[in-house]
Ligand binder design. Structure first.
Ligand code: SAH
Length: 358
């Protein structure tokens, strides 16, 4: 059944994009993805019901509170390894419904000096989700500050967390056609959106006819902003994608918990692409940062004691034991999220590796 907000935002992005292409010519994939996600009137992130069981897709913090509690424990240990600064900016990129930060802050209370040092910063572009985050954190006792970009967060020691943020950054795609060319959206004979091949692009990768390479310019922007912090920060990035880099089209659209065609409903489906962790780590090192990992999500949560935490929670809530066990299993399943999702830490090189990387 269509949700009420769909009718407001789904009107017309397809027509707007077609008109833009008619006027300006073929549109690179990153411009298309940006319009679908971020258009101020029709973009996907303008919707209020995107994440969670009643939305289009579910994320780890929405599956089990254990996820956020263990990330909170990781934050506390990281703060200790930073030398226990009196104040620390706890920054979340793309906080969604605010569930992860809520669970992190609850877990942080186990280390009172850490809890007292925290200043919460939320980097979020969606007004609808900012409202949901404010609601989720209303009882947390913290006063979050919202920002459009991580570069706007106050200076000083920082712990940055991000779950399923990198996959939402617009990607460029190149197609191999004798040489690499920009993959674009153009209009077919029927006047409708279709993929096509645009201008030649300099790219040193080897390709075979029809191969697709993906480039993620948003990562350079994010890492550049982090590198600008110079020292005393650690960022934990959790996302899905391969550990080793490779070619292939990973752009995907998800709506109502099912895959849908990328071109079918611009603005009404979530668009994401796999993160390439090896390439991400290399970009970080090229900027003078240190990068640890990736570990699989199962390895990371296992090292942080997910089995013990789940057992404790189940013992304290026998009526919910089955649900807790099922949620935890989903997070660490070797054939699902446990191996598809990876965890990487990027840090200023003045700090030691964070747990459990070193
Ligand atoms: N971390 C949450 C939500 C993941 S969905 C969870 O695990 O449930 C992606 C989130 O990133 C949403 O909150 C979305 O609004 C936000 N987002 C997407 N692109 C962004 C950008 N360029 N800058 C800031 N936030 C962005």
């Amino acid at each position: 059944m269509p949700r009420t907000d769909d009718s407001i935002v789904a009107t017309g992005l397809q027509g707007i994009l077609e008109e833009r292409i008619r006027r300006d010519g073929p549109m690179p994939v990153d411009a298309f993805m940006r319009a679908c996600l971020e258009d101020p009137a029709h973009g996907y992130w303008q919707r209020a019901h995107t994440i969670g069981r009643g939305g289009d897709f579910i994320t780890s913090p929405e599956i089990s509170q254990v996820f956020g509690e263990l990330v909170g424990l990781w934050c506390a240990v990281t703060w200790q390894r930073m030398g226990e600064p009196d104040t620390v900016n706890l920054v979340e990129l793309g906080p969604g419904l605010g569930t992860l930060m809520r669970d992190v802050l609850r877990a942080a209370r186990a280390v009172p000096a850490f809890a007292a040092a925290i200043r919460v910063h939320l980097v979020e572009t969606s007004p609808a989700l900012r409202t949901r985050q404010a609601q989720a954190l209303a009882g947390s006792g913290c006063q979050p500050a919202w920002h459009d970009s991580v570069g706007d967060v106050a200076s000083g020691p920082a712990i940055v967390i991000a779950n399923e943020f990198l996959d939402a950054l617009p990607i460029r795609q190149l197609v191999f056609d004798g040489g690499w060319r920009e993959r674009v959206l153009m209009l077919g004979a029927d006047g409708k959106l279709q993929f096509g091949v645009g201008d030649a692009v300099a790219c040193a990768l080897e390709g075979t006819q029809g191969a697709i390479a993906e480039m993620r310019p948003g990562e350079e922007v994010l890492l550049g902003a982090l590198a600008g912090r110079l020292q005393d920060f650690v960022a934990l990035l959790i996302d899905y994608g391969p550990a080793a880099s490779g070619l292939g089209d990973t752009l995907q659209a998800v709506r109502d918990h099912a895959y849908t065609n990328v071109l079918d409903s611009p603005g009404a489906a979530d668009l994401t692409a796999h993160v390439q962790f090896a390439a991400f780590g290399e970009k970080a090192r090229n900027l003078g940062l240190a990068a640890d990992g990736p570990l699989t999500q199962a390895e990371f949560l296992g090292c942080l004691g997910i089995a013990e935490r789940a057992a404790k929670l189940m013992a304290a809530n026998p009526a919910r034991a089955g649900e807790i066990e099922a949620g935890v299993h989903r997070l660490i399943s070797p054939t699902g999220m446990g191996s598809l999702f990876k965890v990487m830490a990027v840090r200023s090189s003045n700090l030691p590796p964070s747990v459990p990387f070193g």
